[in-house]
Design a protein around this ligand. Structure first.
Ligand code: G6P
Length: 615
């Protein structure tokens, strides 16, 4: 939700800010804007509705000089996408400019107060309240910009990562965060701000990850100054090194990040399993489980919570933990879980799954469960993210940065982590035999190469996709471990092609969706050959009897479903509990190519954002 970038140094800020915005555009692209203080102290703000490219065009004939600046790409919450609601926002006198990612929850109260003091508002945003409040603090209490930001933030309830600059001061950049991501990069005589490391990595690897409620003063030629809103003592910055490389965040010859990320899955799964799955010994070592095995042994229940694609991974987690560990599991979307006063026991384990580690509802669900004494286990991609910080234990997915808004490699690595976790727990609890354990671990070691084989069918899937671009509705059916895969396939299609799609348990189709089936309707059936194969074959026949067009995902060598289906994509044989790692791949490719054939922007689909930091 919104990306922020900042720069203070000796170079021209504008190109650095624009490049940074492009890299953060996955976070939102309703509008973009930039503010610069030039060497004469003039504060220039340029902002436009639409994508960063629009802003670049808009700025072609503008004065874009200045070695300090802030920039923003927006995902609208308060106020529609428009020029006036775009960030940066000016204060009343136009002496201060501010960018913000997050939500100021008490903005209406603050706005009323500021209006009573004669402040006028130009936009409908919550953010404008903050910049006005900073100016009020400066004027009313004769404070410096830094002190005014500090004092204003003591009045704010909500989430924010901000950047602030002021007219007449080309040597100052203020930033702060609470509950929204922020990284500060430290170069040679230059500083960078980013919502993640992608705008920074090209220039420096040394960064600070500010904690919640910290306010930071970056002043040319001086040491960086950090204070907490809870106590005015100076805080010594802890400098860390970012692991990200430039290659990780570029397209590497692929036309879109989504396709690159689909193709990266063998590699990201290998990284995910690296040091954890021991091929020779056929063992899984997960320190997050090993160090807390007594929690799993005594667990009354596992609760899994997440949003979007991560929730689908969680649904597969239910099948994994119940089948392999015999621990009862409940899975719930975080936005429901957090508000329904759920019954949580202190011997429950809550598994929170999140690619970004910043999803507001998931964080709130974790806090709720933590307050009630549950043990919190995180499955997360972004190292050092808020989810990672809130957990008692957990396992990173190590998928590498995922930039395409539609999640692909994050999903398969989440499923992989859940599989490894369930296997490690099952072994300790002896809920599966040693033989079964070794068989599944051995098979897990072959997953990358099997995904590779499916990726070789890309052109076949691309041709198939062209047949179905006419469709306005799709139905995705699956059973058992592959029912959540059907839901994930439907979500992928909806997200990027804007075709309506529903994922359904195949047998449940008879209780409703069957009414939709006619000769127009494509039905994707995820039907690898396992115990319920004959049942799903009957479901296929029910669809055929109503003239539905079937695209089936089947195990290599399948003969029965092939006879019924209009199109078939074969996947290699594997253990049933590992099959989602394979069956989802053709569904990702199919969605991608259908969206491409329809001319859609797959990396930045309308209205969506990669990381949803608002509830
Ligand atoms: C957004 C993204 C999805 C993602 C979901 C949860 O909706 O567009 O791709 O699955 O948020 O995000 P998280 O970072 O918590 O996995």
């Amino acid at each position: 939700m919104c990306g922020i970038v900042g720069y203070l140094g000796t170079k021209d800020a504008f190109p650095i800010l624009i490049k940074g915005l492009h890299r953060l555009e996955y976070r939102g692209y309703d509008s973009a804007g930039v503010a610069l203080v030039d060497n004469n102290g003039n504060l220039n703000v340029y902002k436009t509705k639409g994508k960063v490219a629009n802003l670049e065009n808009y700025c072609k004939d503008k004065d874009i000089s200045g070695c300090v600046g802030i920039a923003h790409t927006r995902w609208a919450t308060h106020g529609e996408p428009s020029d006036v609601n775009a960030h940066p926002h000016f204060s009343q006198s136009k002496n201060i400019a501010l960018i913000h990612n997050g939500i100021i929850e008490n903005y209406l109260t603050l706005k009323k107060f500021l209006i009573s003091k004669g402040y006028e508002f130009r936009s409908e945003t919550d953010t404008e309240v903050l910049v006005q409040l900073i100016e009020f603090m400066m004027k009313e209490h004769k404070l410096s910009l830094y002190d005014a930001v500090y004092q204003a933030l003591t009045q704010v309830v909500g989430a924010y990562a901000i950047g602030v600059i002021e007219k007449g001061n080309p040597d100052l950049l203020i930033t702060a965060r609470t509950s929204s991501p922020l990284i500060v990069g430290l170069g040679e005589g230059e500083y960078f701000l980013g919502s993640d490391a992608s705008p920074i990595v090209e220039y420096t690897k040394n960064v600070i990850y500010p904690e919640d409620r910290q306010v930071i003063k970056i002043e040319r030629g001086k040491e960086i100054e950090i204070r907490s809103l809870d106590n005015e003592d100076l805080i010594k910055p802890e400098v860390k090194e970012i692991e990200l490389s430039l290659d990780d965040i570029e397209k590497g010859g692929f036309p879109h990040f989504m396709l690159k990320e689909i193709f990266e899955q063998p590699k990201s799964l290998a990284l995910c399993m690296n040091g954890r799955v021991q091929k020779e010994q056929k063992e899984i070592i997960l320190s997050g489980v090993r160090d807390h095995i007594e929690k799993f042994a005594k667990a009354r229940r596992i609760l899994i919570t997440a949003c979007g694609t991560s929730w689908h991974a969680g649904l597969i987690g239910k099948y994994l933990f119940e089948t392999l560990c015999r621990i009862p599991v409940e899975v719930e979307v975080a936005s429901e879980f957090r508000y329904r006063n759920p019954v949580i026991f202190s011997d429950d384990i809550l598994i929170a799954i999140s690619q970004s580690g910043e999803t507001a509802d998931t964080l709130a669900a974790m806090e709720l469960a933590k307050a009630q004494g549950a043990f919190i286990y995180g499955v997360c991609n972004v190292v050092g993210s808020s989810v990672a910080r809130l957990t008692d234990s957990g396992t990173y997915t190590h998928a590498g940065p995922e930039i395409g808004v539609a999640s692909t490699k994050a999903f398969t690595t989440q499923v992989c982590v859940l599989t490894m976790t369930a296997l490690a727990v099952a072994k300790e609890l002896k809920t599966i035999s040693e033989e079964e354990y070794k068989r599944i671990v051995t098979e897990l070691c072959h997953i990358e190469e099997k995904i590779g084989k499916i990726l070789e069918k890309t052109s076949e899937i691309e041709s198939m996709s062209k047949i179905f671009t006419y469709a306005r509705n799709f139905l995705y059916l699956g059973r058992g471990f592959n029912y959540p895969v059907a839901m994930e396939g439907a979500l992928k299609l909806k997200e990027i092609s804007y075709i309506h799609a529903e994922g359904y348990p195949a047998a449940e189709m008879k209780h409703g969706p069957i009414a939709l089936i006619d000769e127009e309707m494509p039905i994707i059936v995820v039907a690898p050959r396992y115990a319920l194969y004959n049942k799903i074959l009957s479901n296929v026949q029910e669809v055929k009897a109503r003239k539905g067009r079937i695209i089936a995902i089947v195990t290599e060598g399948d003969t029965e479903i092939k006879k019924q289906a209009d199109c078939v994509i074969e996947i290699p044989e594997t253990e049933e509990c590992l099959s989602p790692l394979l069956t989802v791949i053709p569904l990702q490719l199919l969605s991608y190519y259908i969206a491409i054939a329809k001319g859609k922007d797959v990396d930045q689909p309308r209205n969506l954002a990669k990381s949803v930091t608002v509830e």
